[in-house]
Design a binder for this molecule. Structure first.
Ligand SMILES: CC(C)(COP(=O)(O)OP(=O)(O)OC[C@H]1O[C@@H](n2cnc3c(N)ncnc32)[C@H](O)[C@@H]1OP(=O)(O)O)[C@@H](O)C(=O)NCCC(=O)NCCS
Length: 298
């Protein structure tokens, strides 16, 4: 087997492409394998592979058809090396059914977002109007870890979202040390909120009834890293005033947007549709980050 340190990394070794329908099943398999073997949080919940696959499929198929998902392809052999299941974020996602093994993770996610929404800079107006591209899940295929695939794909998110002309923010909730490092240290996304799993306990009787009072007990056992999840936000054209340029994103509108969120008011919501002239397959972009010498890792 070749020494991975000598193999081409990042943009030298891989192209970023829009996921095609024929790629979708392979990406589901990469996702299931990556999360069942290399994501401590999902492994801790003992989610059966078939269940994980069905969940990824349910959440990502429509977005893939809309041309929002991305893959990284190995230039040397054409194989898929990683993927991102991106979606247009809907402000009121459906809860999982009772008893779903992923419920503790989704419930932590709810607390994470409650904390994030108390952050004034977050793009609440963007999500209410359908202008948030969310990275729902991402993974690197077995054998490709550490070759910059994860960083390359994630570097593409802001330029890719910008190219669609409707998005103003990119949201993501990293729950793996490597992705936390990529989004916050390397790509400088804003960390709007953060929760250490060991500190999170369910508060509702229905949650406790489903999975007990401490679903994350023992998660950190045998590891020198504390598992945590963050809510990260990238702002399109931030340096050119993108944080507040759109009227829905102005600080004075925040209260109205918050009311819309609480009242589930869909008046301002616009569903993304792929435009007829959007035929991008290989996605070229300039600002790729591959190394971070001197940056602290989490
Ligand atoms: C997490 C994952 C996407 C990383 O992909 P990758 O292609 O190996 O990522 P890259 O090679 O671009 O970079 C990894 C970076 O994270 C660092 N890293 C790796 N493991 C880390 C950890 N546990 N904690 C902190 N940093 C870590 C690497 O050193 C590297 O940083 P550097 O470029 O500054 O040296 C991949 O391991 C994976 O698919 N995991 C399983 C699925 C998953 O957990 N997905 C993310 C859910 S949030």
């Amino acid at each position: 087997m070749a020494n991975t340190t000598t193999l081409p990394k990042g943009k030298d070794g891989f192209t970023v492409e829009v996921m095609k329908e024929e790629d979708f099943d392979t990406c589901l398999d990469i996702a299931v394998q990556a999360f069942s073997t290399r994501n401590k949080v999902v492994m801790h919940l003992k989610v059966p592979r078939q269940h994980l696959k069905a969940n990824f499929k349910k959440d990502s198929y429509e977005s893939m058809k809309q041309g929002l998902a991305l893959v990284a392809r190995d230039k040397s052999n054409g194989k898929l090396a990683g993927f991102l299941f991106n979606v247009q974020q809907y402000p009121w996602p459906k809860p999982l059914p009772k008893g779903d093994p992923l419920n503790p993770l989704y419930d932590v996610g709810d607390t994470l977002y409650e904390k994030a929404f108390s952050e004034n800079g977050i793009g609440l107006g963007a999500v209410i109007t359908g202008a948030v591209l969310r990275v729902g899940a991402g993974g690197t295929a077995d054998g490709y870890e550490g070759r910059g695939v994860g960083t390359l794909l994630r570097s593409a998110c802001i330029p890719f979202a910008k190219s669609k002309k409707v998005f103003r923010r990119v949201w993501v909730e990293p729950a793996h040390g490597a992705t936390f490092h990529i989004w916050t240290n390397k790509l400088k996304y804003h960390l709007r909120s953060e929760i250490k799993f060991k500190d999170w306990k369910p508060t509702k009787p229905s949650q406790i009834q489903q999975y007990g009072p401490d679903p994350w007990k023992d998660l950190d056992n045998g590891s020198d890293r504390i598992q945590k999840i963050g809510m990260c936000e990238g702002v399109i054209d931030e340096e050119e005033g993108g944080l507040r340029r759109n009227c829905y994103d102005k600080a004075c509108c925040y209260g109205f947007m918050f009311c819309a969120l609480l009242c589930k008011c869909t008046c301002c919501w616009k569903k993304y549709t792929k435009s007829a002239d959007d035929n991008v397959s290989i996605f070229e972009f300039d600002d790729v980050i591959t190394t971070t010498a001197g940056v602290d890792k989490v």
